[in-house]
Design a binder for this molecule. Sequence first.
Ligand SMILES: Nc1ncnc2c1ncn2[C@@H]1O[C@H](COP(=O)(O)OP(=O)(O)OP(=O)(O)O)[C@@H](O)[C@H]1O
Ligand SMILES: [Mg+2]
Length: 357
Amino acid sequence: MSVGISFKNIIKKYGDNVVIPSLSLDIKEGEFFTLLGPSGCGKTTLLRMVAGFNSIEGGQIYFNDKLINSLAVQDRNIGMVFQNYAIFPHMNVTKNVAFGLTNRKVEKSGVEKRVSEILKTVQIEEYKDRMPQNLSGGQQQRVALARAIVIEPDVLLMDEPLSNLDAKLRVDMRNAIKSIQRKFGITTVYVTHDQEEAMAVSDRIAIMNKGVIQQVGKPQDTYQKPANLFVATFIGRTNILTAKLNGSKLNIGAYTIEVKASSPSECDVKISVRPEEFIISKDNTGIKGTIKHSVFLGLNTHYFITIENGQDIEVIERSTEEASYEAGMNVSLKIDGSRLNIFDKNGDKNLSYGGAL
Ligand SMILES: Nc1ncnc2c1ncn2[C@@H]1O[C@H](COP(=O)(O)OP(=O)(O)OP(=O)(O)O)[C@@H](O)[C@H]1O
Ligand SMILES: [Mg+2]
């Protein structure tokens, strides 16, 4: 049976080093939840606390209503998949997958049935007698996944399970993981620092920095309505510009637009404009810029533009049959103010969605 996971004011220290100062989070039953953040932000640390491999220096972790802080690893009913596969090199595929069941004293016919079902689900049935060293990285990762889910865990923990695979296989495997997770409805906590992978598989994402959750939300929300400047720059590509906000008028140099945020008096703000949110035009209203160069990538063309304050920005437009804007050309850039993300000058708060200065 799947469980919800609650973290209440969780603290993690290594010696005097506080890695997680106080973290609270609720993960729903059956949810595919991803911890996303830069290297060293505490993702693995938090996952290991759920698994029971790390001590907890403060706060509580619950599986539904059950406090698990001092529950032994083997009593938590957790399936785990890690970056380095961690399948047993001296056992063939079937024995690897059966291991968790035989270890739990499941009777032989039950083991055979469940192993054969899982091998079908992860599509490695035809390799059931092979030894791990004779499998590709993707196949080994499927074995690791099969081994984790065959025990019907309450919680599935995955720490960068795809990072050793090449780009194409990563995409295939993430689709496989997502559909298996959906099929079994296992509450899953997934760790990655690949933001595209996070968006592709997750119901919700927590973006972490230095042990502190910056935002929890659906992939679309974190991309379109980032809580702060860190999230805006971490998820997807964006251009950060300085501007002045006065009332609901935003001045970017000499270009003024009406926006959703407002300020009682003129103040400095930062804005985040995704490359696809700029509109390039040849008329004279907007932020003035000069095309430096462009890169044609099939569907889209990326333009690198130096704007009037000297800053280099990136703009993406749908490709047209003829390159519309050539290097050296003067253009102006417009922005749709109603969708714009505007932050206070320190980047701590998004002012466009009810935030106030
Ligand atoms: N056993 C340990 N002893 C002391 N410090 C540790 C230990 N494990 C991790 N740390 C520190 O805790 C912090 C968080 O580490 P963690 O491994 O959780 O990061 P992460 O978000 O998983 O990073 P990555 O994306 O690189 O895997 C880092 O500063 C790390 O150096
Ligand atoms: Mg890690």
